[in-house]
Design a protein around this ligand. Structure first.
Ligand code: ZN
Length: 156
């Protein structure tokens, strides 16, 4: 699908070494609009929504921050470890939003599956429906989100 010039400019900024060393696209060569649309369809198939994913990710990160770098148990199944750094990172969609440099590593102790995400990941999902390109270190695969977070997710 051909995408609007605005999205093409944003996609350019998302490449590695522009706004962040790793970038947001990994080795995904699809147009940004296709990446977002396909994740949206996958999410829908799983009975999930962007908000239904972003809200629990945010809540779990908030719990994890109480550990000051040490693992925190969340509910019966999850362990979250949060790493906070100074500074902010700009949203690549360029509307002035800045996210804090906070990383979370969540482990589901029942199936040993892991999710890694940042404060910016939450914003990108909630506001833009963007889960990053395949191969990006912060790529969140909808199916993996479901496997790790399970009952923490609001499903439709
Ligand atoms: Zn944004």
């Amino acid at each position: 699908m051909k995408q609007e010039p605005d999205l093409s400019r944003i996609q350019e900024l998302m490449k590695s070494g522009r706004l962040s060393a790793a970038g947001f696209l990994g080795d995904d060569t699809r147009p940004l609009s296709d990446i977002m649309e396909q994740d949206f369809l996958e999410l829908k198939k799983l009975g999930l929504t962007h908000h239904g994913v972003a809200d629990p990710l945010e809540r779990i990160m908030k719990e994890g921050r109480k550990g000051f770098g040490n693992p925190v148990q969340v509910g019966e199944t999850l362990t979250v470890t949060v790493d906070e750094n100074r500074g902010v990172v700009p949203c690549p969609f360029r509307h002035g939003h800045l996210s804090r440099k906070i990383d979370a590593l969540v482990k589901n102790n029942k199936n040993s599956r892991i999710l890694r995400y940042s404060d910016l990941s939450i914003h990108l999902i909630r506001e833009h429906g963007f889960y990053q390109g395949k191969g990006s270190p912060y790529r969140l695969e909808p199916r993996e989100i479901l496997e790790v977070l399970g009952e923490f997710l609001k499903r439709e």
